[in-house]
Design a protein around this ligand. Structure first.
Ligand code: NAP
Length: 492
């Protein structure tokens, strides 16, 4: 049973132009609980007709929203922020049910997502252009920052609240309006957020939300890619889909923000505080059961401390409790779906075939508490090597492969030997090494003696094939603004 204090937050319709509505086709798609793989709700299976209705509403709303004062936009966002916090327990229950993360993690995500809304409410009033020192006599030269227009937001299932909040909040703060499509697996949290935005008083058409099945998603989002009224696409998801979206939106030359996949290295040098490194790895790796884009994917441990590190890590991993969100002790939940668990199995099999050693885990789990098909035991593999699939693909699950190293330059090359560049972590107590390694690691986000790094105050995003654009921080608003240069002559 899904019990909410406010049952009206369980929304199962699209939100377009301030109206809650079914898909024009009348079709639906199911929403399942990954802890049991059973259907518990359904939402509209939208198609291009619904997407176009959303664009129409967002385009109309943009004409007035862009002229609403920054202070008023900020006040509305602050009301939305308050409502997210006030209803965080219900949002957490929804999120846990459709995504599988523990209630404690889901509560943390509600606060994390809300923090972006508050941050960008504050940033709304601090955005400004420039008056240039005139380059010619009798001239006035100004730079304005204007909202880019209608923004399409497409988000993944692993953070059903935070990913969409950190796109919608800066867009609205900048004066843009939004058409959004959450992931097929996790539409309900996004719809509940839209309900709270409506309650906060955000005008009809400023946020439009359409849901779609995986089958209908390409055509639904495709309608936005082709539509020149949609001036920007902000996407969080996998690198292959990000590349496809970049190509498909080229005809209308949209602004793009692409927050894509990662393959984070986590390096433990011989001078590291091993207790802190194990603790940082546990927090970074097993958050959301390993299903995060910044999750350490390749763990490099110096030969000199390898045995000590393995002993401590094994004890910590074997103490993790596996179970569904409603079980208060659960720390590792189910994987999101069958494809996700099959990918982990593929990585483990390939590594074992190529000579990795199984330190713990390595199998699915099913028992009276974890009673579903998608639970996978937290797993450590030793003696991993660069030829293994897990070295070049992100596993997105509770798998820790350990690579040995003995030399600083060698491990930096290995860490950078990937097409991705989202996050990287290392543990060392040597100040000179900390600067040296920080400068050489190829990633947009670096954790130094810290395993959890994301924050609304900091720029989040990748380099290389992890994408471009930054979310959060004072840079985050720039992705939703364009510069306009004004030159007035004949003043003298
Ligand atoms: P995904 O398969 O790329 O899907 C992400 C979103 O794109 C979903 O809404 C999906 O809809 C939609 N989509 C898929 N194919 C599409 C197409 N052809 N046209 C238009 N939209 C399409 O990624 P995911 O499996 O949900 O999420 C996991 C990935 O996201 C991982 O690679 C992870 O690293 C990355 N991620 C990155 C960040 C970051 O900030 N860099 C944060 C979180 C996650 P459907 O659900 O309907 O398929």
């Amino acid at each position: 049973m899904l019990t909410l204090s406010r049952s009206d937050l369980l929304r199962t319709q699209n939100y377009i132009g301030g109206i809650w509505c079914d898909a024009a086709s009348g079709r639906w798609h199911d929403v399942s609980d990954p802890s049991t793989d059973t259907v518990f709700s359904r939402v509209p299976d939208s198609d291009p007709e619904d997407a176009q209705a959303a664009t129409n509403a967002a385009s109309r709303a943009f004409e007035s929203w862009r002229n609403v004062s920054a202070r008023e936009r900020a006040n509305l966002l602050k009301r939305w922020h308050r409502l997210i916090l006030d209803n965080s327990e219900d949002l957490a229950r929804l999120m846990s049910r459709e995504q599988g993360k523990s209630l404690a993690e889901a509560m943390g995500e509600a606060r994390y997502g809300a923090a972006y809304v508050e941050w960008f409410a504050e940033q709304a009033t601090r955005s400004h252009g420039d008056a240039l020192v005139p380059g010619m006599p009798g001239h006035m030269q100004l730079v304005l920052r204007e909202p880019v227009g209608v923004v399409a937001a497409v988000t993944p299932w692993n953070f059903p609240l935070a990913m969409i909040a950190r796109k919608i909040a800066p867009a609205l703060a900048a004066g843009c309006t939004v058409v959004a499509k959450p992931a097929e697996d996790t539409p309900l949290t996004a719809l509940a957020l839209a309900a709270l935005a409506e309650e906060a008083g955000l005008p009809p058409g400023t946020i439009n939300m359409v849901t779609a099945s995986r089958g209908n998603t390409p055509a639904t989002v495709g309608s936005w890619l082709e539509d020149s009224r949609v001036r920007k696409l902000t996407f969080t998801g996998s690198t292959p889909v990000g590349k496809y979206l970049a190509r498909a939106s080229a005809d209308t030359l949209k602004r793009l923000s692409l927050e894509l996949g990662g393959n984070a290295p986590f390096i433990v040098f011989e001078d590291a505080d091993v207790d802190a490194a194990v603790d940082g790895l546990m927090r970074g790796k097993f958050r959301n059961s390993g299903q995060t884009c910044v999750s350490p994917n390749r763990v490099y441990v110096h030969d000199g401390i390898y045995s000590q590190f393995v002993t401590q890590l094994k004890a910590a991993v074997e103490a993790l409790r596996i179970g569904p969100a409603e079980h208060k002790d659960s720390q590792i939940g189910p994987m999101i779906n069958g494809r996700a668990i099959e990918k982990i199995e593929r990585h483990v099999c390939d590594a074992l075939d190529q000579g990795a050693t199984l330190i713990t885990g390595g199998h699915r789990v099913r028992n009276e508490i974890a009673d579903g098909p998608f639970y996978y035991a937290p797993t450590i593999l030793g003696d991993a090597s660069a030829s293994m699939t897990l070295h070049c693909e992100e596993t997105f699950g509770p798998l820790v492969p350990l690579f040995r190293f003995s030399d600083e330059q060698q491990v930096i090359s290995q860490a950078n030997d990937t097409a991705y560049g989202l996050a990287a972590y290392f543990y060392s107590q040597d100040p000179a090494r900390i600067w040296r390694v920080s400068r050489q690691l190829e990633a947009g986000v670096i954790g130094i003696n810290e395993g959890v790094v994301a924050s609304e105050i900091a720029p989040f995003g990748g380099i290389k094939e992890s994408g471009y654009g930054r979310e959060g921080s004072h840079y985050g608003l720039d992705d939703y603004l364009q510069l306009k240069y004004l030159c007035q002559g004949n003043l003298e």
